[in-house]
Write a new protein. Structure first.
Length: 386
């Protein structure tokens, strides 16, 4: 009897042990399978991430030896070189343009872009003013010069020309000192304060948004075919800042709703050479909620492949009242902005722009150096994500 009980106990023990081992094995298998599934999900997620194609660049300082050495020391190997020597009545000097490219190559820097002499300085200061004044036949002669500049750029290997189609210059009302950033001075716009000042017409007189668009269209009708022939992109910078109504007699083409103005301009032509020198800061200046509203604009323009170049500048504030601040202390999180640019496969230059000032020696260079490091750090982080 004792032997029978002993045998029953032994068999029950083996069953329990076997059951426990099987359960433990099953649990381990489930955990291992779950781990494999989790790893596969991570791999799939990584596979869907876009490659980082953009690079840090800059448009300040030109192609002097001093500036090129400064850029190379700070890891900036892509450049908007300003513009070659201007020849009155003709356009750009090809020999000078080739010298600029040669100077860049000495430091391993790629000359990616130039600025057409259609700048943000305003109609009273640009060297070819009649295009945006809408005045013929003078504007036709100026457009012929722009056509020649496109050819010079192509012969130099420059594939992007940035430009502005503005009548008024950049508008600001003063500067704001920030004691928490070492008394840095921020360029400031306050629309209500501006309205208290006497408004003065430029030599272009008055123009509403439709008139400004007519002048833009007149220009682009004549230069986009040339850009397509020479395969040079034309990147337009929006007017800075957007305004709610006509100011000094002029209504900005990207106002009063900046996104609607961008859409209108973007859809003027269906051409891979028609797009934007996409200034994040100037766009944010026209938004009520820059932190969130910038992303639908990046997505819309980016998916149309019309972002050719980025000005990465941050602001505190919003439409009608803002300060231009350092890239890390404004309304927008620039890492999220850069991620959005990656996701639309933007492949051009990301440039610091309108950096803060201060009284210490070398203020401008210090601010640019900070901005280069900030951009390069974000690019490295994005590459690690992929």
């Amino acid at each position: 009897m004792k032997n029978i009980l002993r045998n029953l106990q032994r068999r029950n023990f083996v069953k329990v042990l076997a059951s426990g081992t099987a359960g433990a094995f099953a649990s381990a298998s489930m955990a291992f399978g779950s781990q494999n599934k989790s790893e596969q999900q991570l791999k799939n997620s990584a596979a869907t991430r876009k490659e980082v194609l953009m690079k840090v660049g800059c448009q300040s300082g030109g192609t002097s030896e001093e500036n090129l050495a400064f850029k190379a020391r700070h890891g900036v190997y892509h450049l908007d070189g300003g513009m070659p020597k201007f020849i009155e009545g003709k356009g750009w000097d090809l020999e000078d343009s080739l010298k600029k490219r040669e100077a860049c190559e000495k430091y391993g820097i790629q000359l990616d872009a130039y600025h057409l002499p259609l700048s943000s300085a305003g109609i009273d200061r640009v060297i070819i003013p009649h295009i945006m004044m809408g005045k013929s036949p003078e504007r036709d002669r100026e457009i012929e010069m722009v056509q020649q500049m496109i050819e010079v750029a192509a012969k130099t290997g420059v594939k992007l020309l940035n430009y502005n189609t503005t009548i008024l210059p950049v508008l600001r009302t003063g500067r704001t000192i920030d004691p928490m950033r070492g008394n840095a001075s921020y360029s400031t716009w306050n629309y209500q304060e501006a309205l208290q000042r006497e408004q003065q017409l430029t030599k272009a007189g008055r123009a509403d948004a439709d008139e400004v668009f007519e002048r833009i269209t007149y220009l682009l009708d004549r230069i986009i075919p040339v850009a397509e022939e020479y395969q040079v992109k034309l990147g337009n910078h929006i007017a800075d800042p957007p305004v709610p109504d006509a100011y000094n007699g002029i209504m900005r083409w990207n106002s009063p709703e900046v996104f609607e103005g961008i859409k209108r301009f973007a859809q003027l032509y269906d051409s891979p050479y028609h797009g934007f020198n996409f200034c994040i800061g100037s766009i944010a200046e026209g938004l009520r909620d820059p932190k969130n509203e910038i992303f639908p604009i990046i997505d819309w323009v980016g998916k149309r492949k019309q972002i050719f170049n980025i000005h990465l500048r941050n602001i505190k504030g919003n439409f009608n009242n803002f300060q231009e601040v350092y890239p890390d202390n404004g309304e927008m999180n620039f890492f999220h902005v850069m991620r959005a640019l990656r996701d639309v496969e933007f492949d051009g230059m990301v440039m610091p722009d309108h950096v803060p000032q201060h009284e210490a020696e070398g203020a401008g260079l210090q601010a640019f150096a900070f901005a280069y490091g900030h951009i390069i750090g974000m690019l490295q982080a994005l590459k690690d994500e992929a």
